[in-house]
Ligand binder design. Structure first.
Ligand SMILES: [Fe+2]
Ligand SMILES: [Fe+2]
Length: 292
């Protein structure tokens, strides 16, 4: 099988089980390098794109089973889109260096494991994947992405970057409410997402033109109304970006960035969940609390 066949399989198979089939270890060589830009993935009905707005539950409601299930459903949707979009990139940018394409495959495999973890855990909370409408926010960015570097700026540096903040925040919030199993899942995902952002950073850093700062280069790759705000969670944890290989000046610019849509940090929430800039690692989860 060729990488492009596998990518087509992920995008064109409607069933979830097929989108979760792991990649091979060895691939046949690609002969034709024709870019294919799929507009949207094929999906079974229960997973189809929806324009209905479903809000993610508030952190302070994560003591409730239904809010926990809904939250994980939200994250599971991001994972499904990530699987499809890295497959999309393999097809859209066939002349990307082979190590970059293998990196995408590794990322896909990890996103598949994240999706499985979320699906299993949300079923403990009585929610099945597709029970709630699925938005397609990542897919909406796709028509604008013309190069591998633009793809990386939006998918890896921005969306996966923001997920570094969110996975920390939610690990802490689930932990706060005594749900150590879900907190562990969030930590495992955090550690994989660091690798994903790092992979993106390598593509990004290779593309920086001489004399241009990494921040200016990033700004040149994204298009309004997409702004650097999308590269942060509502609570920014700079150390996570150091772990992913971003430069100090880039982290500083990202931290300082605000626009009219930037939401104010709710200090009451930060205090309640002891949210600060400390980065938890899986091995740091307070041992006494680890569930069996
Ligand atoms: Fe993921
Ligand atoms: Fe990822």
């Amino acid at each position: 099988m060729k990488l492009s066949d596998y990518a087509k399989h992920l995008l064109l198979s409607p069933n979830l089980e097929d989108k979760l089939i792991s990649p091979l270890k060895v691939w046949e060589e690609e002969i034709e390098l024709v870019p294919i830009r799929m507009e949207k993935p094929v999906r079974e009905d229960r997973l189809s794109f929806s324009d209905k707005k479903v809000k993610i539950p508030r952190l302070e409601h994560l003591n409730q089973t239904s809010a926990k299930g809904l939250t994980l459903h939200h994250f599971a949707n991001h994972e499904l889109m990530a699987i499809e979009l890295f497959a999309w990139a393999i097809l859209a940018f066939p002349d990307a260096p082979i190590h970059v394409k293998y990196g995408f495959i590794k990322t896909i495999e990890e996103e598949q494991s994240h999706l499985k973890l979320y699906i299993k855990r949300m079923s403990d909370f009585g929610i099945g994947f597709g029970d709630i409408p699925l938005n397609y926010i990542f897919w909406k960015q796709i028509p604008k992405l013309q190069s591998l570097e633009e793809f990386t700026a939006v998918l890896s540096i921005s969306f996966e970057g923001a997920n570094l903040d969110y996975s920390q925040v939610y690990a802490k919030a689930f932990h706060h409410f005594g749900d150590f199993e879900t907190a562990e899942i969030m930590m495992r995902i955090f550690e994989d997402e660091i690798k994903h952002v790092k992979r993106g950073m390598r593509v990004f850093q290779n593309g920086i033109p001489e004399g241009k700062s990494d921040w200016d280069y990033y700004l040149s790759l994204i298009q309004f109304p997409f702004t650097p705000r999308r590269a942060k969670g509502y609570y920014f944890i700079p150390e996570t970006r150091r772990m992913a290989g971003m430069s100090e000046s880039f982290i500083q610019s990202l931290g300082d960035y605000t626009d009219e849509y930037t939401s104010r940090v709710n200090h009451r929430i930060l205090e309640r969940f002891s949210l600060d800039e400390t980065v938890w690692k899986k091995s740091d989860l307070p041992k006494t609390h680890l569930s069996g």
